[in-house]
Ligand binder design. Sequence first.
Ligand SMILES: Nc1ncnc2c1ncn2[C@@H]1O[C@H](COP(=O)(O)OP(=O)(O)O)[C@@H](O)[C@H]1O
Ligand SMILES: [Mg+2]
Length: 252
Amino acid sequence: MISDAPIFELKNVTKQFGSFQSLTDINLQIQAGDRVALVGSSGAGKSTLISLLNGTIVPTQGEVWVLGRNLAQLRPKLLRQIQRQIGTIYQQFHLVDNLRVIHNVNAGHLGRWSFPKAALSLIQPLDVDTAAKALIQVGIPEKLYERTDRLSGGQQQRVAIARVLVQNPAAILADEPISSLDPERSREIMDILRQLSQETGKTLVTSIHAIEFARSHYQRIIGLRQGRILFDIAAEKLSDAMIEELYKMDEA
Ligand SMILES: Nc1ncnc2c1ncn2[C@@H]1O[C@H](COP(=O)(O)OP(=O)(O)O)[C@@H](O)[C@H]1O
Ligand SMILES: [Mg+2]
């Protein structure tokens, strides 16, 4: 790893799905410890950008660099090592419902634990301390042995965050982490993510619909419109006119 390289760098990235261009000529750098909100209408390309950053999709043109490496040039083993440094949280949590919370949290070890160890841990939970500590950090220590599907949406998103904490990545990506939560739960999750990134210095990139949370909880805001960067700006400089431009109806 090249330590002073940006955590993420996109160079002239375009992503096409069939004949549809989801992102066009994206250039950006995200440094260690940055807290970045991605905003824009539905279909603007936010999820596509997040998937490029964690390497689950590859660009049609251009280069994606993570931790100083061009993902397209990595052998599979090194690619997996770099990908383990990126933790992702999703709108729909991506948890296994019928397992106890501890197993979902311990899934953060996968990729680091051998297969037999990971399989054994489903019967006899291993490393209970790390999981318990992660649940303290997200404010639900009492849920360690609860079945995951008995938890509320807000609690399940906390479990997903605890899993990422156990993974202990350099950067956390969150793709609309509060879109299925009510306003009160949304604020709690935003507070937890901001606090974790402040306390641990982890880079945080979050796509989010609620522009007010982008302004209050992030330092930098990137506005995507029809697959292009409309602005990339310090949160306090974001004007109402820019927001209006971001969301204005497309010309037919
Ligand atoms: N796997 C895919 N196949 C085809 N089109 C896709 C795929 N993923 C995204 N798109 C299209 O790319 C555009 C941007 O999508 P997305 O990145 O999900 O936007 P956002 O997250 O901002 O709502 C949308 O028009 C969407 O339909
Ligand atoms: Mg999306």
